[in-house]
Ligand binder design. Structure first.
Ligand code: B1M
Length: 218
């Protein structure tokens, strides 16, 4: 239990440097990779996300925690006994057309990756046609996530949903939207399935939309 506590605490304190050695020592000491992942890292990352949502820690710490989580998962991956790491789901993400803001989108990409999701990141200023093409190219994607930071680009999120409907593929994928000017009401107005105010809320909602836990074992 001692290693699980130390690793959980290190992640929660965003102590990037010592984490890799700690995980390697725990594995060498016989602690199971599954336990390290599901009893230490994931609960600690959830605690970090909840503290971020409460304003108890800030953007730089959340980014460091997400990077720390990713580094730890990379070490664990080969050790997950007999249980292939099945992704929690595939998420297509991008910033709305004509919008160049991507700090928030990148943060969500990081947090989702740390939670076991496979990310198809289309970058910034993604047109409705490009989102639609990505949905066609990734039929196994469960969620389409769009970010917008400008009141002038939010409307393109609605245009993307209209394009999915026109192409008859809307029912194949769940759509979540967010970004500073975006609201729950706006999300409902354009026919999205979900809205989230920040990266942690986005992770929790996307878990629900995929109706899966994290790091599902076969
Ligand atoms: Co500009 N910009 N910017 N900007 N920029 C804003 C957004 C603005 C609010 C500043 C202001 O005027 N007060 C304003 C928008 C006003 C409006 O329409 N509401 C604005 C403007 C006007 C502009 C330009 C038009 C300025 C100009 O050129 N005249 C121009 C537009 C360029 C374009 O996009 N076409 C512009 C350009 C830029 C830069 C490119 C220089 C730069 C972006 C750099 C980059 O992203 N690579 C920039 C920046 C940095 C900002 C501010 C200062 C910071 C935005 C940011 O990254 N916040 C911003 C003012 C502000 O917000 N304080 C401003 C940090 C980031 C983590 O937060 O992205 O909100 P955020 O993400 C959060 C949540 O929104 C949420 O989770 C994230 C983390 O918890 N979230 C989601 C985000 N996406 C989500 C998706 C989800 C769920 C949650 O589901 C899918």
């Amino acid at each position: 239990m001692e290693f699980l506590d130390r690793i959980g605490t290190a992640l929660e304190k965003c102590e990037m440097s010592g984490m890799e050695d700690l995980v390697k020592s725990a594995l060498a000491d016989g602690v199971g990779a599954d336990d390290l992942l599901n009893k230490a890292l994931i609960p600690a990352m959830d605690r970090v996300g909840n503290r971020f949502e409460k304003g108890d820690l800030f953007l730089p710490e959340l980014i460091v925690a997400a990077e720390t989580m990713k580094a730890a998962v990379q070490i664990l991956k080969p050790h997950l006994r007999g249980t292939e790491l099945e992704s929690s789901g595939k998420v297509i993400i991008g910033t709305a057309w004509k919008d160049l803001h991507d700090i928030g989108k990148h943060l969500i990409h990081l947090v989702l990756e740390g939670d076991g999701f496979e990310i198809v990141d289309l970058g910034t200023s993604v047109s409705p046609a490009k989102f639609l093409a990505a949905v066609g190219a990734h039929p196994d994607a469960s969620v389409l996530a769009m970010s917008a930071l400008l009141t002038t680009t939010m409307k393109h999120m609605g245009a993307t949903i209209d394009a999915l409907n026109a192409a008859g593929v809307r029912e194949k994928i769940r759509v979540i939207v967010g970004g500073a000017p975006v609201t729950e009401e706006f999300a409902a107005e354009i026919g999205a399935d979900a809205y989230a105010a920040d990266a942690n809320a986005a992770k929790l909602r996307i878990r629900q939309l995929c109706n899966k836990g994290q790091y599902l074992k076969r």
